[in-house]
Design a protein around this ligand. Structure first.
Ligand SMILES: C[S@@+](CC[C@H](N)C(=O)[O-])C[C@H]1O[C@@H](n2cnc3c(N)ncnc32)[C@H](O)[C@@H]1O
Length: 307
C-alpha cells in the first residue's frame, strides 16, 4: 500500500462490513461471524493449502479468509490480501499486527479485475468470497485470477446468488401493479417500496446490475472461458429462520453494501403514517421470530492447468 496516501477513515465497503451488516449489534455480529466462519472454512477446504504456499485472497475485507488461512497453516503460509477498499486493508492489517502475523501478509489496493501489483504465476491459490457480485466484469476478474496463479494452482470461490431476491422484488412489483387503483391494501405496496430500494425489480434493471445479472451456472461458464480446468460447483440454498429477531437490528441492517438499511428507507421514502402502519404490521412478525431468510451460495473450485 502507498503509505504516503492519506486514507479516508471509512467508505461504503468498510461501513457495511464493520457496521451495517450487523447493525452494530454485538449479539448479531457474533451470530454472523459464526456463520461466516463456516463459509470461510468451505472456501479454504477448496483451496487445499499446504505449508510454504502463497494464497491471494481477493476482496479480502476484514481478513476473514486470509487470517483464518494463516491460523490453519501456520507461519510458513504467505498471504496477499487484495481489496479495493483502503480502510478495510488498514483494518485487516491492524488485525494482522494484533495477531502477530503481519510479516506473513502483503496488502494490495486494487480491483479484482485488474490485480495490479500481483505478478504473473506468483501464487498457489486464489480465494474470494462475496466479491465478484460487486464486479461488473467477472470474466476479467477470473482472467486475472488465472494470470496470478502458478500452473497447477487452485481457485476457490464462494459467491452469493442474489438474482432470486431480485425476482422476488419483481414478483411483488407485478402483484402491486395489478392491484386496482381503488384498493386500500397498503402493506404490499410498502413492502415493495422497501424491496425495490435494495434490489432491482425489472428485467432491464436485473440484467444491468452486477449483483443480479449472473447465476451459479454463469460462474461455471466464466471459469471455463478463462481457461480453468477441473471445475467443480456446488450450489447451496439454505432457507431458515432469520437470525434477526429485533426490530432495531432489522432497521439498522442492509443485505449488501449498495443497499440502504430499512431504517433509512423508512425515514426517506415513507410518510409518518406509512412508517407507523408498516411497523405495526411487521414488527410483531420479526419479534415473533417469523422472519425467514433464504441464502443462496455458489461454491466453485477449479485448477490452472500445468501446460
Ligand atoms: C461482502 S465483502 C466480503 C469481504 C470478504 N471477502 C469476506 O468474505 O468477508 C466485499 C468485499 O469486496 C471488496 N470489493 C468490492 N469491489 C471490489 C473490487 N472491484 N475489487 C476488489 N475488491 C472489491 C470490498 O471492499 C469488500 O471488502
Amino acid at each position: 500500500m502507498n503509505s504516503n496516501a492519506s486514507p479516508s477513515q471509512s467508505d461504503v465497503w468498510s461501513d457495511w462490513l464493520l457496521h451495517t451488516r450487523h447493525a452494530d449489534d454485538p449479539e448479531q455480529e457474533r451470530a454472523l461471524h459464526a456463520e461466516l466462519e463456516q463459509h470461510a472454512d468451505r472456501v479454504l477446504d477448496g483451496a487445499r493449502l499446504a505449508s510454504g504456499m502463497t494464497l491471494a485472497d481477493i476482496g479480502s475485507g476484514d481478513g476473514l479468509i486470509a487470517l483464518r488461512a494463516i491460523n490453519r497453516i501456520g507461519p510458513s503460509l504467505r498471504v496477499v490480501m487484495a481489496d479495493i477498499s483502503e480502510p478495510l486493508l488498514r483494518h485487516a492489517e491492524a488485525l494482522a499486527v494484533q495477531r502477530d502475523v503481519r510479516d506473513q501478509c502483503t496488502f494490495v489496493q486494487c480491483s479484482a479485475d485488474a490485480l495490479k501489483g500481483i505478478d504473473d504465476a506468483s501464487v498457489d491459490a486464489v480465494t474470494t468470497r462475496a466479491v465478484l457480485a460487486y464486479v461488473p466484469d467477472k470474466i476479467a476478474a477470473l482472467r486475472e485470477f488465472h494470470r496470478i496463479l502458478r500452473p497447477g494452482g487452485r481457485i476457490s470461490i464462494a459467491e452469493p446468488i442474489l438474482r432470486d431476491d431480485a425476482f422476488e422484488a419483481s414478483s411483488l412489483k407485478t402483484f402491486v401493479d395489478a392491484l386496482p387503483p381503488e384498493s386500500d391494501e397498503p402493506f404490499f405496496r410498502l413492502l415493495h417500496r422497501w424491496k425495490v430500494a435494495q434490489f432491482p425489480d425489472t428485467e432491464e434493471k436485473i440484467s444491468a446490475s452486477p449483483l443480479t445479472n449472473y447465476s451459479e451456472r454463469d460462474l461455471v461458464r466464466f471459469a471455463l472461458d478463462t481457461g480453468f480446468a477441473d471445475i467443480h460447483m456446488e450450489f447451496h440454498i439454505d432457507v431458515r429462520p432469520s437470525a434477526v429477531t429485533s426490530w432495531e437490528v432489522l432497521l439498522g441492517t442492509s443485505p449488501h453494501p449498495w443497499a440502504p438499511s430499512l431504517g433509512v428507507i423508512l425515514a426517506e421514502q415513507f410518510t409518518v403514517e406509512e412508517r407507523q402502519f408498516f411497523e405495526q404490521v411487521f414488527r410483531a412478525h420479526v419479534e415473533g421470530r417469523q422472519l425467514v431468510t433464504a441464502e443462496r451460495t455458489a461454491y466453485l473450485t477449479a485448477t490452472k492447468t500445468m501446460r
